[in-house]
Design a protein around this ligand. Structure first.
Ligand SMILES: [Fe+2]
Ligand SMILES: [Fe+2]
Length: 411
């Protein structure tokens, strides 16, 4: 799902070229970067943090140990590997303090590959462990909703009718209301009011119904300690993002996946808002006060981002990989393995458009600043995302202003 980034630093051009040639076969799995200069390395890491740094020890200017020490201070989450070569015991001891692994030089390329794999696995486990520490324990994470499981079971039956689905959904009035609202929303091209749950189910379709059950249950399960207004805003934002993402995906068959991914892209924020409400208030304050992004503030206050927590939860729930991927990378799709036109890109753009229309939650103002450097299809989709979002917000506001309006009050 993800494509880890690995930066190699060696001032020996022959060695660097040899690594480049040997690792070419991994180009689709790893984001491989190379530089011959420690100062360049620090600048590159500052601009684009990496997962693994592999440095030679003996280099002109800053040596490998000094470089890894700086990386440890500025980007402690990066795994550090040192090519130690022929160094004294004293230097070796110092190397062990700053590097997670050391490698003899020259060494077999397979050994380099295995060491990188090892540290990446370790990092993944360490990340999961941090999430568990932040949320308290895995048991405190919301369970997959029982109604969703029953609905999935029911939908397995080829003879199931609308009446059975209606009977199931109507047992939970808040979810039934949410479904009615969504079916009346301009996001579903509704020109006619919805008069019954049955009509809403037909209009949305069973896959979208299951997605709404999931997201509504998540919102209900995370309202113990969270600020109610924040959860309401987050829900309105998620619905808007989902509705626009569904229309943005280039292939219609991906619409249902994009809708689900859009509804749940901020799943981690629901969890953190409920389990760590004080820290989330601090994140909001920091984002406004310092101008850093929401995720940067989360990293500094909590040690994890809502993207990481969300993708962890959706992985546990065994939802489609596209949902976990969108949760993980919706603020930075370039970090994902698959960031071409698809579900992730659609959710990212819809999320951004919602933010720019005043219906956002977890971004900062500079979020769209790199848009000019992106491919044509991305920029075109961005224009469409803004148009769809503006239209949805305008129609929803108009519906809300009508007396006795039944429409979507969540945007
Ligand atoms: Fe987010
Ligand atoms: Fe979002």
């Amino acid at each position: 799902m993800t494509r880890p980034s690995i930066l190699f630093i060696d001032d020996d051009a022959v060695m660097l070229q040899s690594l480049r040639t040997s690792l070419y076969r991994f180009r689709n799995h790893w984001d491989l970067r190379y530089t011959s200069n420690a100062r360049d390395a620090l600048r590159l890491i500052q601009e684009n943090p990496v997962d693994v740094v592999v440095s030679d020890y003996r280099m002109h200017g800053i040596n490998g140990i000094e470089l890894l020490r700086s990386v440890r201070t500025t980007h402690p989450e990066a795994m550090r590997i040192l090519f130690s070569g022929d160094i004294s015991d004293h230097v070796r001891a110092t190397a062990l303090q700053v590097a997670h692994r050391t490698l003899a030089k020259p060494c077999d390329i397979e050994q380099v590959i295995n060491t990188i794999r090892e540290v990446l696995d370790h990092r993944r486990n360490a990340r999961d462990q941090t999430i568990i520490t932040v949320v308290g324990s895995a048991e405190r994470l919301p369970a997959l909703p029982a109604l969703y499981l029953r609905l999935q079971e029911t939908l397995q039956d080829p003879n199931v009718g609308i009446s059975q689905i209606e009977a199931l959904i109507s047992k939970d009035p808040s979810i039934a209301t949410q479904i009615m609202r969504m079916a009346s929303s301009p996001l579903f091209c509704s020109r006619y009011p919805i008069h019954s749950l049955r009509e809403a189910i037909v209009r949305l379709g069973t896959q979208a119904i299951a997605s709404v059950v999931l997201s509504s249950s998540l919102a209900s399960a995370t309202q113990h300690n969270a600020d109610t207004a924040f959860i309401e805003k987050l829900t309105a934002h998620s619905i808007l993002t989902a509705g626009v993402a569904r229309q943005l995906v280039p292939i219609q068959a991906l619409g249902a996946e994009a809708f689900l991914a859009g509804l749940l892209h901020d799943a981690g924020l629901y969890v953190l808002a409920d389990l760590r409400p004080k820290e989330i208030s601090e994140v909001a304050r920091l984002t406004t006060a310092s101008g850093c992004t929401w995720s940067e503030a989360e990293r500094s206050v909590l040690g994890v981002t809502h993207g990481e927590v969300g993708s962890y939860l959706l992985d546990i729930w065994e939802l489609p990989a596209s949902s976990a991927e969108a949760a993980a990378f919706h603020h930075d799709p370039g970090q994902a393995f698959n960031h071409g036109p698809g579900v992730l890109a659609a959710v990212h753009l819809a999320d951004l458009a919602a933010y720019e229309s005043g219906k956002g939650v977890s971004l900062s103002a500079e979020a769209a600043s790199n848009m000019a450097a992106t491919p044509d299809w991305f920029r075109e989709s961005w224009e469409r995302a803004k148009t769809l979002t503006a239209e949805a917000v305008r129609m929803a506001d108009a519906t809300e202003r009508k007396p006795n309006a039944r429409g979507n009050s969540n945007g």
